[in-house]
Design a protein. Structure first.
Length: 501
């Protein structure tokens, strides 16, 4: 007698599970005593993970051995669905054959009824024939008539005998077919019983696996909850630490900016006073000519800018300043400045006995103190300048810190997507030209004075595209502008946008 798979498989799983748990615990204790570390894992965590891995490998080995040496287990794991499909087919065939058998039984009953009727008629005819034979003995005429009737009856009897023979043959065929159907039904019942036994075993195995899956799912959910709580606490701590760090950094940067601004303001006032003193005669001589030529630069307009990396040497600083002045002269020439006895196109006015080169040397020495941050060097027009005249400039020295990180939100505004596209676009333009620009200046961006777009490009085409995108949403929504790249104070702002509920 074959023992069902479930009777030995379940105890085997229990025994193997106990062995896996025991040896996994032994392995975990040995690893824990050795206090092995792996990367950032503590010995305790590494031992727990090693124990889990050992338990998983033990279970995997048992499953592989069972699949290799037990055909019922292999069939249950890999061919269970196929067995269910074959069981369904057999059930369908059994139902079809049962219907055929019932139909054949009904037909056989009808044929038996017909045979009984024919036999009754035959008995009546035989009785009638006997009476006819008795009457034939009494008279020859009646005998002749009886002979005729007898012949007729004999023909009928022969005919009925043929019908009875045909019916007997049909009954024999139906009986043979019935026997065949009985054999098929018996075979089908045997297969059905086998499949039923296999199905019960599969159901027991599925119930066991489902129970294990439910336990594992509960454990996984609990681990997810614990992990979420730990992650949330960690995120809160990180956020608090980042917030405090940013606050301290902002306070330090604000203090440094304030100190730097004060120093720059004092230096600017001193330079402005010196420039006013040494350029009074220059502007007095050019005043009349300036009124007749068109103005090409207003006082304070920017001509060029360049960034000096932190920690630059004296020679690097001097080269950067010379390049800045070269670009300034080229731009002034392009705008219409001229060559005069004071100089070619643009330059720095003498400061006492110091000419332009000596002033550049002094600036190069002064920026050497900026070892921890980049320096932004900007040339600006000292006063209103006119075409065909020499353009006196000054060099503005500023810090160039990082103002925005990549993908940092710069500005947010509320937009109503239910309005028409022109109204949405005008609302964006108003916000960009006022609030957005003020926000950039407050954050420390250095505008290009004299430029049509001093802080960055923001075309009408882009505004219309954003308005169309908002119109598709069709409801009030927040429009956020984000920095495309790491943006320093002297950069032109390049940004992207996104929509938020």
């Amino acid at each position: 007698m074959t023992i069902p798979v479930g009777w030995w498989f379940i105890p085997l799983l229990v025994i193997v599970g106990g062995l896996v748990a025991y040896y996994g615990d032994v392995i975990g204790r040995k690893i824990g005593k050795k206090r092995i570390k792996y990367k950032n894992l503590r010995p305790k965590d590494f031992a727990a993970i090693s124990t889990s891995i050992a338990g998983g490998l033990g279970t995997l080995a048992v499953i592989v051995v069972l699949i290799s040496f037990s055909e019922p287990v292999r069939v249950a794991l890999f061919e269970g669905e196929k067995a269910r499909t074959e069981l369904g087919k057999v059930k369908k065939n059994l139902a079809s054959e049962t219907e055929k058998l019932q139909s054949a039984s009904e037909m056989a009953k009808e044929l038996e009824k017909k045979l009984g009727l024919k036999e009754g008629e035959l008995d009546k005819m035989i009785a009638k024939l006997a009476e006819t034979n008795k009457v034939r003995l009494s008279t020859e005429e009646r005998n002749k008539n009886l002979v005729k009737e007898s012949n007729q009856l004999s023909a009928k009897v022969t005919k009925f005998g043929g019908e009875v023979k045909t019916l007997s043959q049909e009954i024999a065929e139906y009986q043979a077919e019935r026997e065949k159907l009985d054999k098929e039904i018996g075979s089908a019942k045997i297969n059905y019983n086998k499949l039923t036994i296999n199905n019960v075993e599969l159901q027991q195995r599925n119930l066991t696996l489902e129970a294990d899956a439910i336990k594992l799912e509960k454990q996984y959910k609990q681990l997810e909850v614990d992990r979420g709580q730990i992650q949330e606490a960690l995120n809160q701590l990180n956020a608090k630490f980042d917030q405090q760090s940013q606050q301290y950094a902002r306070e330090i940067r604000a203090a440094e900016d304030k100190l730097s601004a004060t120093n720059r303001a004092l230096e600017s006032q001193r330079q402005a006073l010196e420039q006013l003193q040494r350029s009074a005669d220059f502007f007095a001589n050019k005043a009349a000519a300036a009124r007749t030529n068109p103005m090409i630069f207003a006082a304070g307009d920017e001509l060029s800018r360049i960034v000096l990396p932190k920690g630059s040497s004296f020679s690097a600083a001097r080269t950067a300043l010379l390049n800045l002045m070269r670009e300034t002269r080229a731009f002034a020439k392009l705008k219409g400045a001229g060559q005069t006895p004071e100089g070619s196109y643009a330059g720095m006015l003498p400061a006492g006995k110091l000419d332009e080169d000596q002033q550049i040397d002094q600036l190069a020495l002064s920026v050497l103190a900026a070892k921890d941050y980049d320096i932004l060097l900007i040339t600006r027009s000292i006063a209103n300048s006119f075409k065909s005249e020499f353009l006196p400039v000054s060099i503005d020295v500023r810090r160039n810190p990082v103002i925005y990180d990549k993908d940092e939100v710069i500005f947010t505004l509320q937009v109503d997507g239910r309005k028409e596209v022109p109204a949405i676009a005008m609302g964006i333009i108003d916000a960009v030209t006022t609030n957005f620009a003020d926000k950039l200046l407050r954050d420390g961006m250095v505008p290009i004075v004299g430029s049509a777009q001093p802080l960055g490009e923001f075309t009408n085409e882009r505004i219309i595209a954003i308005a169309l995108e908002i119109k598709e949403v069709g409801r009030p929504i927040r429009l956020q502008f984000l920095a495309n790249d790491v943006t320093e104070a002297g950069d032109r702002v390049r940004f992207s946008h996104r929509l938020r509920p």
